[in-house]
Structures are given as structure tokens and as C-alpha cells.
Design a protein around this ligand. Structure first.
Ligand SMILES: NC(=O)c1ccc[n+]([C@@H]2O[C@H](COP(=O)([O-])OP(=O)(O)OC[C@H]3O[C@@H](n4cnc5c(N)ncnc54)[C@H](O)[C@@H]3O)[C@@H](O)[C@H]2O)c1
Length: 336
């Protein structure tokens, strides 16, 4: 049995949990239909499979899951195991936090993005009216199992690229050494991903989240690339050509980095190298003025927006400007 399943079994046994609901998406279920079968020796295991699409991250889908759980008679002793990428973890985490005011919640990440980022930190949400993560709450999962890197071997390349975008972000905000290691990569593959990189990202995120669990200040460092990134994500989705979250973050970083340098009035020494690394893996779009206007519209709807008109203190655009003005990459947080 692999280490991650062993860890989950130990958690269930230690907490005297006998009822498990696995939430997963159709792609993951097709690839790994029996992956969690070993749990059956210690608990009653039920499985709910939802469509593998970001559109499943909705209040309607959450309601359907809650109806299902009610019909099954599940009480607070249930443990939800979110077996999938960030979509499943965000949605499953939201349901686990709200059903009967909270049941046990375990995230079992199957994508690179979820392994290094989305499964950790307790942000749960669903999308609404085309706005990402519009309704949600912060509630830490009871456990995030150790990543099983073998799961990455079936991940489509575009999804690997998505996780890699967040990995570059973590390097930029926390470790020059990690950045230099990423620079030496010739090509991106599941085999090229090192477990110590994943451990570094989780460790860094957990430390930041411990200081600022409610996302009031210090946690904002994790949003590097996301102001533009979320807007790119919404823009492409609205045009009917959705791009994965981490790819949008990579585009976002490419645009936010020069902006941050300008605002801070000093050159970021490694700017060229960073843009070079991003450009080697991602096809960064050129922004027409029309595209920029649409991006601005999405940035104003961002939940970081505190209201106010464009350019005024409190508007998203000024939030982003303030944010970038104070950004210190690599050594912003001297966590080891
Ligand atoms: N909560 C957070 O802190 C946080 C952080 C970042 C992103 N997110 C959210 O995470 C979501 C994106 O997550 P994601 O990038 O993991 O995408 P995802 O969950 O949508 O998965 C991407 C695709 O990969 C497939 N897949 C998953 N695991 C697989 C595997 N092992 N082999 C083959 N295919 C597999 C899925 O079926 C899906 O088609 C977005 O909704 C985003 O908003 C949340």
C-alpha cells in the first residue's frame, strides 16, 4: 500500500471514523477507480463522482452533494475525502465546512497544483455568475495527505504546466535556490518534479497561513501573479477558451513583475531571467488595449476589491498597485 493511503488510514483509525464519502471527478475516477479501495477494510466507503469541469464548482453542485448526503443520512461523524485537483478540493472543502456545520475533511490532491497549493491553506469556494471563488469560507482541512507523485504521470501536459506556474510563483516569493533549480529544467514532465519542491511550497504556504489564516495581510504574498491571473482566467473563460488557473498565474506574473519594478522605482535584478523562464514554458499573450480594458473590468470584480472607483484608494486597481509597491521577491519572507 502506498504511503499516502497508509497515512489516511491512520488518520481515520486514530479519529475513530467509520464513514467516508469520497468526492472525485469523472476523469480521476476513470483513471483510478479502485485507488481508495484499501480504506474499505476500516470504514464504510461511499463515492460521489462529479463532472470534471470547473463548472462543477458551483452552489448548485454543492446543493446537490448536500442533498445526496442528507438522503444517505450522514451525520457529523462523516469524513469527506476530496480526491482530485483544486476544483474537487475547493468544492468538497466548502461542502465539508458547511454540511451540518462541518464534517471531517481530508484533501487528497491528484494534480501538481493541488499538491503544492490548492489542497492546503483552507480556502474553500464555489464560483458564481462567472466570478471565481465568489462564495466560500476559510476552514482548514483536518488532513492533507502526502502527495503521491505517481498520480502526476497521467496528468495532461497543460495541467502539469498549470501546477508549474504556481511552482514558479513559490520560487519567486520564497526561494532563489528553487528558482535556480527550475531554470535548469530542460523540459517539463511528471518525472522532473521533485518531492522536495513540493515539500518546500507546502512548508512555505503553511507558515504564511499560520501567521495570517484569514488572508488579511501577510497571506497576500501568495497572490503574486493572481490579480492579473484571475482576470486572464475570467477573460479566456468568457471567450469560451478556458485556460488552467496556474497558466493564468504565469501570464499574470509576467505582467505584474515589470509593473512591480516600475512602481517600486528600482530594477528587480533577476527580472530578465524570470521573464525568460516564464517565456520558455508559456505562450504569454500580447495585450491589446481592448483586452486590457476587459482585464480591468474583471480586476474590479475581484473579491480583493474593497469598492471605490478605478484608481481610488480601495479599488482593485489601487489594491494591486499597493500590493505590487511593497512586493519583495525572493527575500520578502525570510522563512527557511
Ligand atoms: N483553495 C486554494 O487555495 C486554491 C489555490 C489555487 C487554485 N485553486 C482552485 O483550484 C482549481 C484548479 O485546480 P487544478 O489545477 O488542480 O485543476 P482541476 O481540479 O480542475 O483538475 C484539472 C484537470 O485534471 C484532471 N485530473 C486531476 N488529477 C488527475 C490525474 N492524476 N491524472 C489525470 N487527470 C487528472 C481533472 O479531472 C481535470 O480535468 C481552480 O478552481 C482554482 O480556483 C484553489
Amino acid at each position: 500500500m502506498n504511503k499516502s493511503i497508509e497515512q489516511l488510514k491512520n488518520y481515520l483509525q486514530h479519529n475513530n471514523i467509520h464513514q467516508v464519502l469520497v468526492l472525485t471527478d469523472a476523469n480521476v475516477d476513470e483513471l483510478y477507480p479502485h485507488y481508495l479501495d484499501p480504506l474499505q477494510s476500516i470504514a464504510q466507503v461511499d463515492k460521489l463522482v462529479i463532472p470534471a469541469d470547473e463548472s462543477s464548482k458551483s452552489l448548485e453542485q454543492a446543493t446537490e452533494i448536500c442533498h445526496y448526503m442528507l438522503n444517505k443520512g450522514y451525520d457529523k461523524h462523516l469524513c469527506m475525502v476530496n480526491f482530485g485537483g483544486g476544483m474537487v478540493c475547493d468544492l468538497g472543502g466548502f461542502v465539508a465546512a458547511t454540511y451540518k456545520r462541518g464534517v471531517h475533511c481530508v484533501n487528497y490532491p491528484t494534480t501538481l497544483l493541488a499538491m503544492i497549493d490548492a489542497a492546503h491553506g483552507g480556502k474553500t469556494a464555489v464560483n458564481m455568475d462567472g466570478i471565481k471563488n465568489c462564495v466560500g469560507l476559510i476552514r482548514q482541512p483536518d488532513l492533507v495527505v502526502e502527495s503521491d507523485l505517481d498520480l502526476l504521470k497521467t496528468l495532461p501536459h497543460q495541467e502539469l504546466l498549470s501546477g508549474f506556474g504556481e511552482l514558479i510563483k513559490y520560487a519567486l516569493i520564497s526561494s532563489k535556490d528553487l528558482f535556480h533549480q527550475l531554470q535548469t529544467m530542460m523540459s517539463l514532465s511528471a518525472e522532473a518534479i521533485r518531492p522536495e519542491w513540493i515539500a518546500h511550497c507546502i512548508n512555505f504556504k503553511n507558515k504564511v497561513v499560520a501567521i495570517d489564516p484569514e488572508d488579511k495581510k501577510e497571506r497576500h504574498i501568495l497572490n503574486f501573479g493572481h490579480t492579473f491571473g484571475h482576470a486572464f482566467e475570467s477573460l479566456y473563460a468568457a471567450e469560451g477558451h478556458p485556460i488552467p488557473h496556474g497558466v493564468a498565474v504565469a501570464y499574470g506574473m509576467a505582467y505584474e513583475l515589470p509593473w512591480a519594478s516600475t512602481l517600486q522605482g528600482e530594477d528587480f535584478e533577476e527580472e530578465f531571467e524570470v521573464l525568460n523562464l516564464i517565456g520558455r514554458f508559456y505562450d504569454i499573450p500580447d495585450l491589446t488595449s481592448n483586452m486590457f480594458k476587459t482585464l480591468e473590468k474583471y480586476m474590479r470584480q475581484d473579491k480583493k476589491n474593497k469598492g471605490g472607483n478605478e484608481g481610488e484608494k480601495g479599488s482593485t486597481v489601487s489594491y494591486a498597485l499597493e500590493h505590487l509597491r511593497t512586493f519583495k521577491l525572493f527575500d520578502g519572507f525570510s522563512y527557511k
